[in-house]
Write a protein that binds this ligand. Sequence first.
Ligand code: SAH
Length: 300
Amino acid sequence: MSEEDTNPKGQYLGRHKDLAYEPCGLPTERVRRLQYENRVLPAPPVEIKRHREIPAHMPGHMVGDIAGDCALDAHLNNSSHDFNKADIFKYSRRRMVQEQLVSRNINDKHVLRAMESIPRHLFISEALHATAYEDRPLPIANGQTISQPYVVAFMCQLLLAEPLMKVLEIGTGSGYQAAVLHEMGLKVFSVERIQNLYENTRVLLQEKFRYKNMVLHLSDGTLGWTQHALYDRIIVAAGGPSVPQALKDQLAEGGVMLIPIGDERKKQRIVRVFKINGQCKEEDCGPVSFVDLVGADGWR
Ligand code: SAH
């Protein structure tokens, strides 16, 4: 039996080994392995229409063989929301990762796995579910936005994080980026200033997903979160006029902070701050557009 006849677990693939797609429209084990190894998603066969990617009857374990699926399965098994409902976008997520992230040089495997596993649609209103994996930001409550998937991935990759590091996130919002950081294996401390967002996201992440390594806080994040400082990493999901002093103070030696900074509202550049020998050194990482960082040391 050649390696081509078996799946990654060594199981014999039999007569299906030459087929690219299973009757339900999903790629076969062999094709999924090739896609994963080559990080290339071949075009689906023409007869597979958009609705075919949503096989409601498919149990989750049949469509996945990469570690990201295990992460999702683990947290879904621990959660109270409907498994199949959460799972129907699995193929869309995989496409999002390949077409929007891998193709634009996102190669941090922790980031890719996290974003392939997290059901992004559960972080936005149900009316927008069909758009959840598109290449753009989307509205959430209170006039705020959930960032474009690529921007989340780019920021998380720039963070140079390793599992078990302590990360302070300013701007919990929908909780999507906090979930990505958590799935990357980080201990997440996330601060939000709007009560409604804080409360809804707390229910989603702590009661539905039952995330253990995450604490949320309602307050002005421009002042940081002194109780748990120092932090190995800080990531700010809203744009301010300058780097808040409290965040510099709460960054550990050798730490990295990412924050969008701009003289004008909605037009910033991502600044990466490295703390070396007690000094903060700044690096420009390119233009972005974020909602306002509002607070004592942000926009008023
Ligand atoms: N990371 C979020 C992005 C939400 S948009 C997500 O994945 O959905 C930015 C968020 O920053 C908004 O929720 C906004 O209310 C919040 N924000 C703005 N200024 C803040 C401040 N000073 N402290 C805490 N949160 C703030």
